[in-house]
Design a protein. Sequence first.
Length: 156
Amino acid sequence: MGRKFLSGVSNPFLSGNEGQVNPAIMNLPGHTSRNSRRLAAAAFGPRGRFGTNRRPFEEQVADNTIITGTPKTVLPKIRHVLEYLRPGSIFFWDGDGSMTHDDSMRSLRLMGEEVIPAVREMGKELGLNGPFEVDSATGKPYQDTLAAAQVSQTAD
């Protein structure tokens, strides 16, 4: 199923998800300048090919760049990534590619019912706070920051 996710025309930035930059997306009016288009052409080449960024599917699965499988098989891999990187945010991309509608719906259902709830629990176990739970200036939970601000205001 994971291999199907990488093929098809569902990603608007890539033509067929095969590494060809879609020129319509890269040259949106008001979002680009001549200089930025020149720099993009230099980086991606005349045909918009990413070149060496394109790695074999098996290699990406082996190093957890892509995590695919059943909830039972992906959860230990996700936990490993959470333990190693300790991110404040994690994004899942699902139900895309050249899968059938039924495959996409099944994948989305499993993600919502099994994977995401389990990942939330992992985050709690590992003490991973999201960006809206911790004040980035102090590193303390927002409740502590708000309580300190209220004490400061009443002391004035």
